[in-house]
Write a protein that binds this ligand. Sequence first.
Ligand code: ANZ
Ligand code: ZN
Length: 825
Amino acid sequence: MRYDFKNIEEKWQKKWEDNGAFKINEDDNGKPKYYALEMFPYPSGNLHMGHVRNYSIGDVVARYKKMQGYNVLHPMGWDSFGLPAENAAIKNGLDPAEWTWSNIDNMRGQLKRLGFSYDWDREVATAKPDYYKFTQWMFEQLYKHNLAYKKKSYVNWCPSCKTVLANEQVVNGKCERCKSEVGKKDLEQWFFKITDYAQRLLDDIDKLGGWPDKVKSMQTNWIGRSEGAEIRFKIDGMDKELTVYTTRPDTIFGVSYMVIAPEHPVVGELIKGSETEAECREFIKKVQNQSEIVRSATDTEKEGVFTGTYLIHPFTGEKIPLYLANYVFLDYGTGIVMGVPAHDQRDFDFAKKYNLPIKIVIQPKGQNMKSEDMTEAFAAEGIMENSGQFNGMDSKEALDSIIKYIDEKGIGEKKVNFRLRDWLISRQRYWGAPIPVVYCEKCGEVLVPEEQLPVILPENVEFTGQGKSPLSECDEFVNTTCPKCGGPAKRETDTMDTFVCSSWYYLRYCDPHNDKMPFDKEKTDYWMNVDQYIGGVEHAILHLLYSRFFTKALHDFGYLSCEEPFENLLTQGMVLKDGTKMSKSLGNVVSPEEIIEKYGADTARLFILFAAPPERDLDWNDTAVEGAYRFLNRVWRAVEDLKCYVISDTSDMSDLNDDDKKLRLAVHTTIKKVTADCERFSFNTAISSVMEMVNALYVYKEKVNKENYNKSVITEALESLVILLCPFVPHISSELWELMGKETDITSENWLKYDDNALVVDEIEIVLQINGKIRDKLKINPDMSPDEMKELALESEKIQELIDGKEIVKCIAVPKKLINIVVKG
Ligand code: ANZ
Ligand code: ZN
């Protein structure tokens, strides 16, 4: 019988589905729980190899843990709101909902054809009312706890997609999706106050022991904590002050000009009637259309205009000119900075351009630098000069002294700042969760009462692709009554950023059918945290940070016990073809369908798991796919040829000859290796040791005369082989298990334990002494190193009993002869 993957895979997928093999609940019969989660896909239409990789890795984890005796939750769903559905509607006249549901159907089928062990009863789709009802509930919770607010603000605006973009969606000043130049627009927007959690999000990074360092440092940088001071400067001729934020109060005597963000609300008042008013207004307009990304790029020219206003230096009383400039941002610090050209590169560039003085106040130790000779700013620490009473101090020391001084004099105070901004969640888009707010002329902004959720996304809307969102053009949706006073009111027509939907889906999986609450606390208490989260490193910042924020907020509101969602994180590498990313635009895509059709799902899984360690990029290679397929055929033939020697009781392992021992050695070495490798997700090396074991099996099969076959040894080898392969290639493993006459479902079989005795070759007997007295005899491999001998000795139950409670002073191992353990007490 040949390896007929097509029928085998269909057969087992149907069986798993019919038997509910992966349905799970909290009734665990004392098994420990394990929550294995892969990032859910956007239903773009078809699975790509990146998905196959992500989900194959996750499936090995889930199946392996299940076989190890865990109660495993392994769910799947759809991140199903978002722009592409809407773009398809605009472009091809399709209904976004229909487009989405049909893509989901297609992709669900593809996932099923790969044999992933999901509990499909827990499937969620963020675009379904029963899900977004609770996304809206989340919004309301944040609103009620003062963590959601509306603010007029300049936002990144893509003129082509006609929507607001989050900073992260702007890549090098261009729209992430359509690549057009991003501009700025002034709009009323909804924000989540993630900045309230900045310090905790930062502190708790230390608790994420099972996260890659790279991801932790990306999160740290994104949060961007800095320590410094706020210092107040009086405005010359006005009874008013402006406050700057600086991380370098030690450079205060080096200030030669000041800068205010052009969009700052006081600018209007300051420039009014000034000689440069017209020029300033012109400049403000120009800067508003520059995206933040462009403005903050180091190679963007620093430009500005004098406002006509002077500030008074709080130490020297000097008059300092105030400028508008493109390199100062409204929403960081106070939006006003002190310019110190000698010690800050941006200020240096600006001062050079506008001929502003460069005053050195910190000298590199042992040098006497002159400002005329400087070609760049000196940003490091040194010795203070030109700084009044602080002269001669170490600048680091001066920093603290100056903060203390300004605090005492009431000029300013110590201040911590974060780079992290509040999360802009408004989207002027149709295909998203409506924000559950109405505007009433009398009552103002009113939340839709919880019991009226969900605010349903209307279906008959028009897609022009122009200007406002289709929702705002849909009168039936917009016009409503006020939940408070019953008078006429209008609905909010913005929808939520899809990152909101994906910030809590892992909680919904714990209790997907609850229609009263997003989840029951008892259920999340049982399942959370996610033990292993697996996904692309492209989500290392936003999705993970937002999810951490949601978890903490829900914890604080009393709905969750845990404070961090993901215990361990694995970020898998990309799938490349010829060294570049597989992507439609490059035309180098290998479709999973093609591979499944030609070789079967098991081959696809095996190849992808074998080709590289999970975190590394993987180069697609057609010959290696062939190789994976040939290996499965080789496994198939081995079992096929040897299955007639399978017996039900393999307990008799006495009387083994050298060939038997060799095969057993290979089997148990492999069990040991695969187990250790699976624990550290080193699936490629796990598979290669199974391959070696198959070689050993073939050696036995061909070398030993059939009449000398040891049935116990052969049975053990075949059973082990199939069990070890099961998490990787579950269909063929299930079929071979059945071929061997097994009636159980292999996917529920226990994982294997290796037998130490089998790992010993050509044993010799050594003695085991305690304080010089012979206590036991051990059979060991004569090649064992002294360290290995000691380890073995200490594992001996008899010895453990004898030395129980005593302190081991020393352990001496003489190769091939003896081990002496010296104990005290
Ligand atoms: C004076 C100074 C002197 C500065 C010096 C630096 C070096 P981090 O570390 O990222 O927090 N800054 C403050 N607010 C700003 C804004 N809204 N837009 C642009 N720049 C702003 O950066 C803090 C430093 O960035 C602050 O310290 C300020 O310049 C500038 F030798 O003040 B500094
Ligand atoms: Zn009202």
